[in-house]
Design a protein. Structure first.
Length: 465
């Protein structure tokens, strides 16, 4: 009986060995997931050209609010024999005349003119009062000094609606020349009043900083990946103000850092006291900013898994089929875990460097190899799988497009460049010209593809408060 049992036992062992060599079970070591992850990605200095235009009508309104009723008064007649009071009769009007502000001021004037004679050491005076109304025209040169609109105003003409006359010896004698001779007395005062009014109302610094604060509030660029874009100003540059059509245009440039943050909405980092204001001669007419296309590992795994669907990889009679894909990062490389079935069953761990194909807008992996922790185990169970042929075939399928991510980011950004109004009266418009890939950063949550953006942004203020 013992002799008969031994051949049967030997046959079972042989069958078991044959079975183990034909279909192996990979029991590899899984590379650990990196724990060190910055939730705030790398800061990248950006430069944004922000031409700001302010309607001349707004300056006109604010000037009218300040100058109302009695706008000039000289009650001292003893110094120059003239006493003058001037009232604004109707709203002041501003218009652009060849790059200068033309001011039309309808006014009423009461002018007292004193004529005196000296007889026997005694002064005898005869005072005449004239009620006049007319229109004064002034022209102002425009400049920007310390963020305040500065004007240098000169009185150009005075047109009286009626020529003043004075009765002397029963005759009405025109005295326009006497009235006009008094103009130098109050001419400089009117010019000063206009300049002071514009300077007082046209301090742009609070408006500009208030606008920037609202623009720099973090906004969501991807709802699906909970990613936010936050801009933090470092320096603001300005050129001189120019009068263009019906607006005053200030060329402003913003140097800032832009961060892409994953998770809940971050706090703003806007700090008005840390911003440096610098006057410059010229500012480039463009926007150079940076943005990140965020791709979570789960999303990347799902996209790559689609590439392996129904595909079989083989060398001769040996073949495998990929059932599932999972990816994560470790020490600057991507770990790709492939659940396989076929000539071997189990999980194969690969590593590779993430790269970007600008033409196809795809992420792919270079220098792909079996993860070091798994290689010895792999060779023991399935030496044929470690050969380069299979690896190259797998590598070709480990790529996926981020075109959708880029289109989503562009769409969300355009929402802030199409009549975006951070506060009443302020409109932000612009356009994006190009996206250029810069680099890839890995975190434990996502793959971040950094891109440089070029475009244009314009801010208009209509209805200045």
């Amino acid at each position: 009986m013992q002799k008969n049992r031994f051949p049967l036992l030997l046959l079972c062992i042989c069958l078991l060995l044959v079975g183990c060599t034909s279909i192996g079970k990979i029991n590899a070591l899984q590379p650990e997931i990196d724990d060190a992850v910055p939730l705030v990605y790398e800061n990248s200095p950006s430069f944004i050209h922000l031409p700001i235009s302010i309607k001349l009508k707004d300056i006109e309104t604010k000037t009218n609010n300040l100058l109302s009723g009695l706008i000039y008064e000289d009650n001292t007649i003893e110094d120059d024999n003239i006493e003058v009071k001037i009232w604004k009769l109707a709203p002041i009007q501003f218009e652009n005349i060849e790059g200068k502000i033309k001011t039309t001021l309808p006014l009423k004037a009461i002018i007292k003119y004193r004529i005196g004679t000296k007889k026997m050491g005694i002064q005898i005076y005869n005072t005449k009062e004239f009620n006049l109304n007319g229109v004064v025209t002034l022209v102002s040169e425009v400049d920007l000094v310390n963020w305040k609109l500065s004007t240098k105003t000169q009185l150009q003409t005075v047109e009286w609606n009626e020529s003043p006359t004075m009765s002397i010896l029963g005759k009405n004698i025109p005295v326009t020349f006497l009235i006009n001779s008094s103009l130098p007395v109050f001419k400089s005062r009117i010019e000063k009043k206009i300049d002071e009014s514009i300077a007082k109302n046209m301090d742009f610094k609070p408006n500009v900083l208030n606008t920037l604060e609202k623009i720099c509030l973090p906004f969501q660029i991807s709802q699906e990946y909970e990613s936010w874009l936050r801009a933090t100003p470092i320096e603001i540059y300005t050129t001189t103000a120019k009068l263009t059509n019906d607006s005053i245009v200030i060329n402003m440039g913003l140097k800032c850092t832009m961060e892409t943050i994953v998770g809940k909405k971050p706090e703003t980092k806007f700090n008005v006291n840390s911003i440096v204001l610098k006057p410059v001669i010229k500012i480039p007419n463009s926007v150079i900013a940076n943005i990140a296309a965020v791709s979570s590992y789960q999303d990347a795994s799902n996209l790559i898994a689609k590439n392996f669907r129904e595909q079989v990889f083989n060398i001769g009679k040996k073949k495998i089929k990929v059932l599932d894909v999972k990816i994560w990062s470790k020490k600057g490389k991507m770990i790709i875990a492939l659940d396989v079935q076929g000539s071997v069953n189990g999980t194969v761990y690969l590593n590779g460097l993430p790269m970007y194909d600008a033409a196809s807008k795809e992420l792919y992996f270079e220098q792909m190899d079996y993860a070091l922790e798994t290689k010895s185990k792999l060779l023991q169970t399935a030496n044929w799988l470690a050969q380069g042929i299979i690896l190259k075939k797998i590598e070709a399928n480990c790529r996926y497009s981020i075109r959708t991510n880029l289109e989503e980011a562009e769409k969300n950004l355009m929402g802030y460049l199409n009549n975006f109004s951070p506060s009443p009266g302020i409109k932000v418009n612009g356009k994006l010209k190009s996206f250029q890939f810069k680099k890839i950063q890995l975190t434990n949550q996502a793959i971040i593809a950094y891109l440089s953006i070029e475009g244009e942004v314009n801010i208009s203020i209509d209805g200045l408060k």
